[in-house]
Design a protein around this ligand. Structure first.
Ligand code: PBG
Length: 306
């Protein structure tokens, strides 16, 4: 009766990888328990999450063909668009698509390059095309994650022009340049081949800037704001919760998952207890929803409690 915060499967969003280069589902080396799926097996993963009462998935596609502009991102027959159609056809899940180019470009950057660095405005046009392709495939929510300035407005305008007024935007609004994304880049084959993402992702030292980024995304039309990573940014989640009256998502990223799993595998931490503690602390900080690689595992624990 006196517990101030609770965790429920309803709060969780499961990230799902669909990889066109795989002939069979395969575990991500640095993320024990996380499976990269083939276009055929991804629907089983979605069904499994739905059966556990997880309401939504966040989809990441890894295409076979990559090029300089990342054109598979907006190809209507690309691996991720196919997975959206299949999952929407087979489940009632809310499907959220990560909207970035880093999994699709041959150089691994989140946008197109000009003179060796990411060109913000040229990239916006490609995000706009990608958003429409994802919506056409059936995505309920698109999640622009590249941290280009103006990306939410570009995506909102493109969706509206194409008749997708009801497709929502979950903005990776306060996304820091974090070391905790390492294992994800293994899974999504998206590490930049040179340089880093510090020209567009945020400096971990900054909190006021996070508020500015979030307010800008709201003004541009974001429906849900995301803070990423989660545990290193609990203060940012709390700050956003106090100052903004919109749904807030927190992304417990690949490295946060990997470190808990590694410690648990060594017997240094109680895996289940530390998983639930980390998720509840993100909830307490103020997140309404948590994107987490623990979604299925935590939902199983929660099913036992409920
Ligand atoms: C794409 C993207 C990344 C993550 C989510 N979307 C990688 C990055 O910014 O390098 C990271 C997620 C994770 O670590 O779990 N831009």
């Amino acid at each position: 009766m006196v517990r101030e915060n609770t965790l429920s499967a309803d709060d969780l969003i499961g990230p799902v990888f669909v990889n066109e280069t795989l002939s069979a589902p395969s575990e991500v080396r640095s993320m024990p328990g996380v499976i990269a799926h083939t276009p055929a097996s991804v629907v089983d993963e979605a069904r499994r999450l739905e059966a556990l009462n997880v309401p939504a998935v966040l989809l990441f596609g890894v295409p076979e063909r990559k090029d300089k502009s990342g054109s598979q991102a907006w190809d209507r027959n690309s691996v991720v668009q196919g997975a959206v159609r299949d999952i929407k056809g087979a489940t009632d899940l809310t499907v959220i698509t990560d909207l970035c180019l880093c999994e699709y470009t041959s150089h691994g950057h989140c946008g197109v390059l000009r003179d060796g660095s990411v060109d913000n405005d040229l990239t916006l046009e490609l995000y706009a095309r990608t958003a429409v392709a994802q919506a056409q495939a059936g995505a309920d929510i698109v999640a622009p994650s590249g941290m280009m300035d103006g990306q939410v407005m570009a995506v909102r305008d493109a969706l509206d022009d194409a008749g997708f007024e009801n497709v929502a935007i979950m903005a990776y609004a306060a996304k820091y340049a974090s070391a905790f994304y390492g294992p994800f880049r293994d899974a999504a084959h998206s590490a930049p081949s040179s340089g880093d993402r510090r020209t567009h992702q945020m400096d971990l030292a900054n909190a006021r800037e996070a508020m500015r980024e979030m307010r800008a995304d709201l003004a541009e039309g974001a429906d849900v704001l995301m803070v990423k990573p989660a545990l290193p940014c609990l203060d940012i989640i709390a700050l956003a919760r106090r100052n903004l009256d919109v749904p807030l998502a927190a992304y417990q990223v690949s490295g946060e998952y990997a470190m808990l799993k590694a410690a648990a595998a060594n017997g240094w931490l109680d895996g289940k207890a530390s998983m639930m503690e980390s998720l509840l602390s993100i909830k307490r900080a103020g997140a309404d929803m948590i994107i987490t690689y623990f979604a299925a595992e935590a939902a199983e624990v929660l099913r036992g409690i409920e």
